[in-house]
Design a protein around this ligand. Structure first.
Ligand SMILES: Nc1ncnc2c1ncn2[C@@H]1O[C@H](COP(=O)(O)OP(=O)(O)OP(=O)(O)O)[C@@H](O)[C@H]1O
Ligand SMILES: [Mg+2]
Length: 739
């Protein structure tokens, strides 16, 4: 029996309201997600609903995992049957079963952004479009936008009229969809679109899922787009037990087609809907909450909400304007270290949030030099690395050789001497006959124009066929090992012998570990299953729960999460809010930025620090920025500037002169020869190691000191690490220990 006493009256009301449409509209940290998990428990325990009949949709795989955990905790066992998933993974599951009803193979491939770009390049070439005038990205964005609104090429055509650009987009859209289908592939948007299409065209399938999902719940409902909304309304149409929870003040995905109207109009679409509001915040201190309310109250188009808390007032919010973005990163890094040393916060309690991904770099560098473990959420994704993509494309080819892009990526890996001209001939042959590229390769002997190239193509086809027969009885990791052995992929890297090659081999090892982990944790592991899991790993899911590290991420990735100690950085006019939103004709663009700021502030539980820099380097040039309007929107009584604290915090011995290096930095900015490292402060005590010594670095492990240069302000030490190769670092920050 779970404890519903831990809920407040309104929360309990929402949990107990199980029949009929329900809208839970409530501010940040008011327990919306918590209500959903308790509601699932209540349905199973008290209403004796079969877990099998419950569907809960979350925004990220990470959130889905968290919700599953929480439900497991409350319900104990029996909750396995509940579907907790994102829109996308739910649709994949449905389509893997029924895609054949739409004329796709159920083993269809899911294209990621890179795949889409390659495909679009191909199509533009085929349609002889000048990509200097019409960018591939423009076509992809336009198509994606149409899909968000559930408009296929045919529906779109009715809107084209005489518009020349729209005509072009329409032609490309048609070709794009036709090629995807020929490749037995879907892009991310298709997953939703095709599921809706499936439900609309196959009443028996729809009824099956309607009967199955009698109770449907959607978290972060404010960020659903039209297609997703349609999908849930169709599913819920029979039993009407749809519960959506959201916060219109946290709608931050308009640029991706999210439709804030979905939440504002829920009451119109479901006339008998019950609306419950939650107003008590359990997450943040009074000061943090007041700051959030202060900022968001400047938005005009919003439903008024009065969020309050019984939590203590807490510390004031620290606002710190730094001279440069380097100083900003230094400040945040030092603050984290100080609070960690004082025992106030652990690393994992701290999150550094910023507006755009590119802003992470400086923080990364400072954290690395300070030996503070951190995790970048949403940066260069493991799966985007070359060697990983190559091997995954091999696996994809073995799994579903209809994926032209995968086949083309690996056809010359290792080099098989099949030239671009031959590939073009095969491609034409495929297009003419409306068959896949791989099927055309199999038919190479019949492509007369290929001439002697046939002899190069045939062994490749035989090779893939061999792997396919192996796939019948090999596990996924055995199959990958076989691919690696037979292609000589790793052998080649070993022969190359560079540090980069070594790192690539490590990545491949990591991929093997990933497969083995997958195989061990899945009931019926399969090649398709593995590829699907990989395709769906959103960036945010990289986060490693167990270890103790500072988290760096964009504000968008931070949605729904909470951290005791938050740093909201780069609050400058032109950065956040960004130039585009300041100058936009549509005032909602600025309001969306403000909602994003509200999301950022409300991630903080105990402490919030807001930073900005007067100068920041953009594309190699120094730009000057005023303080963000969002800072000015925070009531002044809640704010302290934090300057004193920072000065006293730096031991005078280590940082004898904190300002003058930055004055130099300022000068150096203008010469464009700026190197932030050159202003590091020299360590007072001399080094206890010398050239030839073995040293240990907290992150890189053991290595040999190859060189030490006295840089005046600090020593620059060159170390050859066993694992990661040669690195140059500053002694004061590298904290190398002699071993
Ligand atoms: N009745 C309650 N008693 C104690 N703690 C609560 C209660 N309700 C929620 N909390 C806690 O408050 C925090 C915020 O809850 P939750 O994440 O569910 O809020 P949310 O409304 O989903 O926030 P967001 O809008 O950011 O997604 C969590 O740590 C949760 O455990
Ligand atoms: Mg939530």
């Amino acid at each position: 029996m779970s404890n519903y006493d831990s809920l407040n009256d309104c929360q309990r009301q929402a949990v107990f309201h199980t029949e009929g449409p329900l809208l839970l509209l409530a501010g940040a940290g008011s327990g919306k997600t918590r209500v959903l998990t308790h509601r699932i428990a209540y349905l199973i325990e008290e209403k004796e609903v079969n877990p099998w009949n419950i569907l809960a949709i979350t925004f990220t795989n990470k959130a889905a995992g968290e919700m599953r955990e929480r439900v497991d905790q409350i319900v104990g066992f029996g909750s396995d049957g509940v579907w907790v998933s994102t829109f996308h993974s739910m649709c994949v599951r449905i389509l893997r079963r029924f895609a054949d009803r739409l004329g796709y193979g159920t083993n269809f491939t899911i294209y990621d952004g890179d795949d889409q770009k390659t495909l679009m390049k191909d199509i533009c070439k085929r349609l002889e479009i000048d990509t200097k005038v019409y960018k591939e990205k423009m076509f992809l964005a336009a198509i994606s936008h149409q899909k968000d609104e559930l408009r296929g090429p045919i529906e779109y055509e009715t809107q084209v009229f005489g518009d020349f650009t729209k005509r072009k987009i329409c032609d490309v859209y048609k070709e794009y969809q036709a090629t995807l289908k020929r490749n037995n592939a879907m892009d991310f948007d298709d997953l939703i679109v095709k599921t809706v299409e499936l439900f609309r065209t196959c009443p028996d399938v729809l009824e099956y899922y309607q009967d199955r999902f009698r109770y449907i719940m959607v978290d972060e409902y404010q960020d659903t787009n039209t297609a997703q909304f349609k999908l849930v309304s169709i599913l819920a149409d029979k039993y009407r037990n749809l519960c959506v929870v959201g916060d219109d003040d946290q709608s931050i995905y308009k640029f991706r087609g999210a439709n804030i109207e979905n939440i504002l109009n829920f009451e119109k679409d479901f006339e008998d809907a019950t609306v419950i509001k939650l107003e008590q915040n359990y997450r943040s201190t009074q000061n943090i909450l007041d700051a959030a309310n202060g900022v968001i109250s400047h938005n005009i188009g919003r439903k008024e909400k009065a969020l309050w808390t019984e939590n203590e007032r807490g510390e004031q919010i620290t606002v710190r304007q730094c001279m440069t973005s380097f100083e900003e990163a230094d400040y945040v890094t030092a603050d984290i270290r100080r609070r960690k040393n004082k025992g106030e916060f652990d690393y994992k309690d701290c999150a550094i949030l910023y507006r755009t991904n590119a802003q992470s770099r400086l923080f990364e560098e400072k954290l690395l030099m300070a030996n503070i473990p951190y995790k970048l959420v949403g940066g260069i994704n493991f799966y985007a690395r070359k060697e990983i993509k190559d091997l995954l494309c091999y696996l994809k080819t073995v799994d579903n050789a209809k994926d032209d892009l995968a086949v083309r990526r690996i056809i010359n890996i290792p080099k098989r001497g099949i030239g671009a001209a031959s590939l073009a001939k095969v491609q034409n042959y495929a297009v003419d006959r409306d068959i896949s590229f791989y099927d055309a390769l199999k038919d190479a002997a019949n492509i007369v124009s290929l001439g002697r190239a046939v002899a190069k193509i045939e062994p490749f086809v035989t090779f893939i066929q061999t792997l396919r027969s192996q796939a019948e009885f090999y596990s996924v990791h055995e199959l990958l090992q076989s691919i690696i052995d037979m292609t000589g992929y790793v052998t080649e890297l070993q022969a190359e012998g560079t540090d980069e090659a070594k790192a690539r081999i490590e990545n491949i090892d990591e991929l093997i570990s990933k497969i083995v982990t997958y195989e061990e944790s899945t009931k019926e592991p399969s090649l398709s299953g593995f590829l699907e899991e990989v395709a769906l790993v959103a960036d945010i899911d990289d986060q490693d729960e167990d270890s103790n590290h500072v988290v760096l991420m964009t504000l968008h990735s931070a949605k729904g999460l909470e951290f005791p100690n938050v740093y909201l950085t780069g609050l400058e006019e032109g950065v956040f809010p960004g130039y585009a939103s300041i100058n936009a004709d549509d005032p909602d663009e600025l309001e969306e930025e403000r909602r994003l700021c509200y999301v950022g502030i409300t991630r903080a539980m105990k402490r919030l620090t807001i930073t900005c820099a007067k100068q920041r380097m953009v594309r190699g040039e120094t730009q000057y920025y005023p303080i963000s309007r969002f800072i000015r929107e925070i009531p002044i009584r809640l704010v302290q500037t934090g300057r004193e604290q920072v000065k006293t915090e730096q031991p005078a011995k280590k940082m004898p002169d904190v300002h003058s290096p930055y004055m130099q930095a300022k000068k150096a900015f203008k010469s464009k020869a700026f190197d932030p490292n050159q202003f590091r402060v020299k360590k007072a005590d001399s080094l206890d190691y010398t050239v030839g010594d073995q040293v240990r670095h907290i992150k890189f492990g053991v290595g040999t000191v190859e060189n030490i240069i006295d840089g005046g302000k600090d020593y620059e030490v060159t170390v050859n690490f066993e694992k990661v190769g040669v690195k140059k670092m500053f002694a004061a920050f590298a904290k190398l220990k002699k071993v």
